[in-house]
Design a protein around this ligand. Structure first.
Ligand code: ADP
Length: 474
C-alpha cells in the first residue's frame, strides 16, 4: 500500500545543490512516486534558489515557531517539480544569506527549520507515515517529535528514518544551545546530550531507523577509525542501522541527451566521446591531443577526498604523460596546490575553482579516467556518474567506492575500473600507472571497461525498493 512520506533535506536538486545530498533528495522521491507513494519534500527557501524556480513558488500559509526564547515568523511556500510537491520554509531572516552552511547561527537556522517542519504538518493536513530526515541539519526532528509532539493524536503514529550522508559533519554546538535554542533544561538527560549539543547524535538516538548510503560505509562507521566519535552509539543501535547505496538520476545525467555536452553519444556510439575530450582540452587551454590520457576530478576540495595523496606525488604526476582536469572548490590549501601545478604545467593541468554543473558533465564525458582516492566515502556519486558517461573510475576501496567499483582482474577479465586498498600515495600512483598502461597497450580493455560502466543500471530503481521495504517494516 502506498505510504505518505515527507523527505526533509537541507538541499534538494535542482533547487539548490552543494553536493551528493541534493542529488539524492532530488532523485529518490521520483522513484518512490513511481512505486505509488505520496512523497513530498521540504527544505529551507534559500535566496540561492534560481530565479526561474522562484517565479513558480506559491504561498501556502504562515505561522510562528518558538526557537528557545525567540518567536519567529515562518512562511510556508511550495513548488512542484516533476509532479512532486516541495515545501519551502521561508524565513528571510534566516535563509537569505550569502552561504548555505557557513553561518555562525546555523544551529538557530536549522532548529527553526526543524520546528517549522513539524509545525506545518497539521496546517497542510499532511500526516506522513514516515518522516525521512537527512544529515545533521535535520537531526533534531526525531527528538522534537518524540519529546514534544508524540502526545498529540496527529503525530502519535509518525515514524522517522534518519539517513547519514556523511558522519563527519555532525552539527556540534556548545551546551548553552540546550536552553537558549532548543528550550530544553540544561540538566536534561546528560547521558543523551553528552558534552556538546550534537544534532547528528540526537538524530541517531531518537530516529526509529538509521540508514547510511552504502553497505560498506554502514559497517565502517561502527569502527573507531570511521566512527567520528559516534561509533559507540551506532554500535548500541546497530540492529537499526543499514546501508542502502545511492543511485543517480539517469534522466538528468544522460550522455545521449544532455544539452551541455559538445557531442552526445550512447553505448553504441561511445567512441564519439573523443569529440568531448578534444573540445574540453580546447576549452580549458590544454594540449589538444586525443591520444593523451585525461584524468578528471570533480570534488569538494576537502581532506576527505584524498587530496593529500595527490600532494605527495605531485612531481610524479607532472612527469607522467597524462592530463589532469580538476573542478572543485573548498579548502584553500588544495586550491593553491592545484593552481600552482596548473601554473607550472598549463597545457597539462587545469583547475576550475567553482561550482559548475555544465563543466562537470563535460568533464565526465571527456575524461578517460575519473579519480576518487577518498580517505572515506559514504557512497560517492562521482564514480557512478563517471561510469554512466564512460569514464573509467580509479578509486580507493572505501565505503560506497568499494561497493560500486571493482578493480579490473587480468585473469578473469572482470571489473569496471581500477582500485587500491591502502591509503597510500604510491599505491594510488601505481594504480594510475596501471590504468594508463592499459590505455596505451590494451585500449580494447579500456573500451570494455567503458562499455561496462555505461551499460550498468545505476538508477534509483533498486535502491528505492530498499527504502520502500524499510518504510514498510518500520
Ligand atoms: P559529496 O556529496 O561528498 O560532495 P558525492 O560524490 O557524493 O560527493 O557527490 C558530489 C556531487 O556534486 C556530484 O554530483 C558531483 O558531480 C557534484 N559536484 C561536486 N563538486 C562540483 C563542482 N565544483 N561543480 C559541479 N558539480 C560538482
Amino acid at each position: 500500500m502506498g505510504k505518505k512520506i515527507l523527505l526533509v533535506a537541507s538541499e534538494i536538486a535542482p533547487l539548490v545543490k552543494t553536493g551528493g545530498l541534493a542529488d539524492v533528495a532530488g532523485a529518490l522521491p521520483k522513484e518512490l512516486k513511481k512505486l505509488g507513494h505520496d512523497i513530498r519534500l521540504i527544505m529551507p527557501e534559500y535566496s540561492q534558489i534560481p530565479q526561474h524556480f522562484k517565479e513558480k513558488i506559491e504561498h501556502v500559509c504562515y505561522f510562528y515557531v518558538n526557537v528557545g526564547w525567540r518567536r519567529e515568523y515562518v512562511g510556508l511556500n511550495k513548488i512542484e517539480i516533476d509532479g512532486i510537491i516541495v515545501y519551502l520554509v521561508d524565513s528571510k531572516k534566516y535563509f537569505e544569506r550569502e552561504s548555505l552552511y557557513e553561518n555562525s547561527d546555523k544551529h538557530i537556522q536549522f532548529t527553526l527549520f526543524s520546528r517549522a517542519v513539524l509545525e506545518c504538518l497539521p496546517k497542510i493536513e499532511f500526516k506522513p507515515d514516515v518522516i525521512h530526515c537527512n544529515d545533521w541539519q535535520t537531526g533534531l526532528i526525531p527528538m522534537f517529535l518524540k519529546e514534544n509532539y508524540k502526545q498529540y493524536d496527529f503525530f502519535s503514529h509518525i515514524k522517522t528514518v534518519y539517513t547519514i550522508h556523511n558522519l563527519q559533519y555532525q552539527g556540534q554546538f556548545g551546551k548553552d544551545v540546550l536552553s537558549d535554542v532548543l528550550a530544553i533544561p540544561t540538566d536534561f538527560q546528560p547521558h543523551i546530550i553528552g558534552d556538546h549539543v550534537n544534532f547528528m547524535r540526537l538524530g541517531i538516538i531518537y530516529a526509529d531507523k538509521i540508514t547510511t548510503v552504502s553497505p560498506t560505509y554502514a559497517e565502517e562507521i561502527l569502527s573507531y577509525h570511521f566512527g567520528e566519535g559516534l561509533d559507540w552509539l551506532l554500535n548500541i543501535r546497530r540492529g537499526d542501522v543499514s546501508g542502502i547505496v545511492n543511485g543517480i538520476d539517469t534522466d538528468v545525467f544522460n550522455p545521449s541527451l544532455d544539452k551541455e555536452l559538445f557531442q552526445n553519444y550512447s553505448l553504441d556510439t561511445f567512441k564519439d566521446r573523443v569529440i568531448n575530450k578534444t573540445a574540453l582540452q580546447e576549452k580549458l587551454g590544454l594540449n589538444v591531443d586525443a591520444t593523451i590520457p585525461m584524468i578528471g576530478m570533480i570534488t569538494r576540495l576537502a581532506d576527505q577526498k584524498g587530496l593529500d595523496l595527490i600532494e605527495h606525488v605531485l612531481y610524479e604526476v607532472q612527469h607522467t604523460d597524462v592530463q589532469l582536469v580538476v573542478l572543485g572548490s573548498g579548502d584553500q590549501h588544495y586550491v593553491n596546490m592545484f593552481e600552482e601545478l596548473a601554473n607550472v604545467r598549463p597545457r597539462q593541468v587545469s583547475i576550475s575553482v567553482k561550482f559548475d554543473s555544465e563543466l562537470a558533465k563535460q568533464i565526465y564525458a571527456g575524461s578517460d579516467f575519473f579519480l576518487m582516492p577518498s580517505r572515506f566515502e559514504p557512497c560517492g556519486l562521482g564514480q557512478l556518474l563517471a561510469m554512466r558517461y564512460g569514464a573509467v573510475p580509479i578509486v580507493r576501496e572505501t565505503g560506497g567506492l568499494k561497493d560500486t567499483v571493482f578493480s579490473y582482474d587480468d585473469h578473469t577479465r572482470e571489473g569496471n575500473g581500477f582500485s587500491f586498498s591502502n591509503y597510500n600515495a604510491h599505491d594510488m600512483l601505481h594504480t594510475i600507472e596501471r590504468a594508463i598502461h592499459y590505455y596505451r597497450m590494451y585500449p580494447d580493455i579500456i573500451d570494455l571497461l567503458r562499455k561496462r560502466g555505461m551499460a550498468k543500471d545505476y538508477s534509483w530503481t533498486e535502491s528505492a525498493k530498499a527504502y520502500e521495504s524499510l518504510y514498510n517494516h518500520i
